[in-house]
Design a binder for this molecule. Structure first.
Ligand SMILES: Cc1cc2nc3c(=O)[nH]c(=O)nc-3n(C[C@H](O)[C@H](O)[C@H](O)COP(=O)(O)OP(=O)(O)OC[C@H]3O[C@@H](n4cnc5c(N)ncnc54)[C@H](O)[C@@H]3O)c2cc1C
Length: 402
């Protein structure tokens, strides 16, 4: 009789693990249980619909979690995901190191996975949530059906409309695994400062520094976006995982990172000398978005329309300080509904980093975002999903052989 492998969750990690297991041993009966109406629905919304599926720079500094565990994943023979997708017919396109399918459509990746899964005759059961999962003699029962081996690839709680709603978390705990607390990340940061809400739609290049009670938590540079009641953009999202358990959060934006305070002062002095009758708004208008410029002038307590020749030294210094240190009080992160990833998850001390198999239960594997590891924005989270999924699939097939 064929050995039976159940895969709980048909997202990025689950689909690729099915392909690997079935390729390694076509005789295995592989079943994917997916609660949504199609496989890998989330992939369609990744990378703004383009699916940034991996990155040229895969150095460990872009990944977070147990370092030794991550090292095993990142150095695995299953970590070259660009080549993997080329073999599934997908050529890539690169932009600042970020790797997308050449079609620049996430559907290309989704369809490559779905076509391969079908080609290999994996039994895909969509619209089938897993509601029961327990260990029985020499295997497991998933929705009351017997399997010799199980891969859990249910994702976390981020973006539940795409399927990952955390519905399996209690089942994972019941089977005996510990999870570190789950919290949203790669998301915007909320500010209750009403004045800043007028900046909705404004974008600015900035160095962003996140502080808790004046202690620096992290720094990132890039485009910041002001949205309704929140600040977003890649640098802010990359810092969002540092907010957990920290109070008195403050973002400091250097809105003119490439120009030093001394150079700014010299630039202002020149502009004031050349255009003494221009208004203060014109001075900042050459540097930042007009709405942001008005806000800085306002915070410097300078009246609207003040001619440059009337600016006092103290006022000029204040403008420079605000451009280099624009402070935003942060009241927390956005929630799971708008987060790209979940931090926390199955405690990696209970998982073998070479195989993704549970150290507590033989034949039970975990992969993807349900594990307590995560990466920066830039293709790093899908990279973890593919690599851990590939390892889990291969090693599950190997386990079933034994
Ligand atoms: C808007 C957005 C944009 C993103 N962009 C990028 C990007 O460009 N690059 C990048 O690297 N990462 C990106 N990510 C993150 C990336 O999508 C995830 O890290 C990755 O999809 C995780 O893969 P996974 O298979 O572990 O989980 P998921 O993709 O979440 O898949 C889990 C699957 O399990 C299913 N499931 C859950 N519970 C059950 C149950 N009880 N029974 C049956 N099925 C169940 C779900 O329906 C889902 O299909 C983005 C995320 C979002 C939300």
């Amino acid at each position: 009789m064929s050995k039976r492998l159940a895969i709980i969750g048909g997202g990025a990690a689950g689909a690729i693990s099915a392909i690997e297991a079935k390729t390694a041993d076509p005789s295995i009966d592989v079943v994917i249980f997916e609660r949504m109406s199609k496989l890998c629905k989330k992939i369609l919304v990744t990378g703004n619909g383009r699916c940034n599926f991996t990155n040229e720079d895969l150095s460990p500094r872009h990944f977070y979690g147990d370092t030794a565990f991550l090292r095993k994943i990142l150095t695995s023979v299953h970590a070259d995901n660009e080549s993997y997708f080329r073999e599934l017919g997908v050529l890539s396109y690169k932009e600042d190191g970020r790797i997308y399918p050449r079609s620049q459509q996430g559907s290309t990746i989704r369809e490559a996975l779905e076509n391969t899964v079908n080609e290999l005759s994996v039994d895909v059961r969509t619209d089938t949530p897993v509601t029961s999962f327990n260990e029985v003699q020499s295997g497991f029962k998933v929705n009351n059906e017997f399997f010799d081996c199980v891969i859990v690839s249910v994702g976390g709680k981020a973006s539940p409309v795409q399927g990952s709603d955390g519905s399996c978390i209690d089942l994972i705990k019941k089977i005996g695994h510990k999870l570190t607390p789950l919290y949203p990340a790669l998301c915007g940061l909320i500010t209750n400062d009403k004045a800043l809400h007028t900046l909705k739609g404004v974008r600015a290049e900035a160095k962003v520094s996140l502080y808790t009670s004046d202690k620096l938590l992290g720094e990132e540079s890039g485009e910041v976006q002001f949205t309704e009641k929140a600040i977003s953009g890649i640098p802010v999202m990359n810092l969002s995982h540092l907010c957990k358990n920290n109070k008195e959060l403050m973002l400091r934006l250097d809105l003119c990172e490439e120009v030093s305070e001394t150079e700014l002062k010299a630039h202002f002095t020149d502009t004031i000398r050349l255009h003494p009758n221009w208004q203060t708004e014109n001075l900042l208008g050459g540097i930042v978005n007009a709405k942001l410029g008005y806000m800085i002038i306002n915070q410097a307590h300078i009246s609207k329309g003040t001619p440059l020749k009337s600016l006092r030294q103290g006022e000029i210094s204040k403008l420079i300080t605000l451009l280099k240190n624009f402070e935003i009080k942060i009241n927390g992160t956005k929630d799971f509904s708008s987060a790209q990833i979940t931090c926390g998850g199955v405690n990696t001390s209970e998982i073998d980093g070479h195989t993704m198999m549970s150290k507590l239960k033989n034949g039970l594997f975990f992969c993807g975002e349900i594990l307590d590891i995560h990466g920066d924005c830039g293709g790093y989270n899908l990279h973890l999903a593919w690599t851990t999924g590939r390892i889990a699939g291969c090693c599950a097939a190997e386990y079933l052989k034994d």
